[in-house]
Design a protein around this ligand. Sequence first.
Ligand code: GDP
Ligand code: MN
Length: 380
Amino acid sequence: MDLYEYQGKQLFAKAGIPVSDGRVAKTPAEARAAAGELGGPVVVKAQVLTGGRGKAGGIKLASTPDEAEARADDILGLDIKGHVVRTLWIEKASDIAKEYYLSLTFDRGARKPLYMFTTQGGVDIEEVAANDPDALVRLHVDPLEGFHPWQARRLVYGAGVSDPSEQKQIAAIVGKLYDAFTRFDAMLCEVNPLIVTPDGEVKALDSKFTVDDSALFRHPDIAAMRDTAAADPIEAFAREKDVTYVKLDGEVGVLGNGAGLTMSTVDVVTFAGGRPANFCDLGGGGSAQGVVDALEVITRDPQVKAIFFNIFGGITRCDEVAKGVLQALDQMKLELPIVVRLDGTNAEEGRRILAEAAPPNLHVSPTMLDAAGKAVELAR
Ligand code: GDP
Ligand code: MN
């Protein structure tokens, strides 16, 4: 689950990482009131779950409450990479002398949290990694040993921070970031920029915070931060139905049982010259209710023109799945063409059941490639 900047900063503050005082605002009037309460110049920041807000015009300084109201009016409703701005964060403006970058992310390859730190902050970190890789210091933490203060010093000295006061403040923030990361079950904590003010004070000016979905059950306060109004309505519906659903951009709806098969199905649709509109993973089961739920999710996506249902019968036998499919089609009105590929345990029996009772919009295919070709053709 990705958090908004202001939510990530709340968690930073709980871990003792310095952030600026601010207020949430949903309207220009609220932005004006917030600026009045904070006093002095403020920065009006679009809260959307994507980066690069500054470049997109989603971050503006305002020296008076009047100006904050006007900037809020400019930014609210703005479309930033497909995310419409509905919430603002009004923050006491900071003077910036330097912009650094600090992150802690989960490196799945190494199975360890990975720190990255560079004094070249404020820009896309991918740019630094590409243009000046030596400027980016990387350091893994062994999760069993935990964080040790020498690791913070290695990051700070490695990146060439020479001011002793900065060294001390950054090292402290590095340690607190590890606390935040583990305490809140994060997958990513990124501070870009981590600023140094002209007075030499170091603080987090931005936050990108991702919490492990599987750990949300032990963080009800974080789970409650989810902005259901901003979420994709189909994704929200899928979550409600407990269906694994991922939105893509093509026209063939993909349904498979098992993550591996579902991924291969996405590939084979592409190989057959089509584009998947989304994919759903039924998991191991093939119960009628599971099929109905998944089909309901898939067909809510108006981009879907045909459905490819790819089953490999292992423990769940194909004849069972075939019955599930027929029951599902009985329970719901499905007008789109659907191509079913059945293979594995009792495949012939399953195909026979479908062939006998299937409605005209259901096509049965014995191989993945055949089925994909058919689905792609029907989606045209
Ligand atoms: P992002 O573009 O989505 O990464 O949003 P950031 O929160 O990182 O802000 C982008 C840029 O806006 C920063 O790198 C700063 O240069 C500028 N900025 C943000 N807040 C302030 C502030 O309080 N004062 C000043 N002077 N600039 C700010
Ligand atoms: Mn940023």
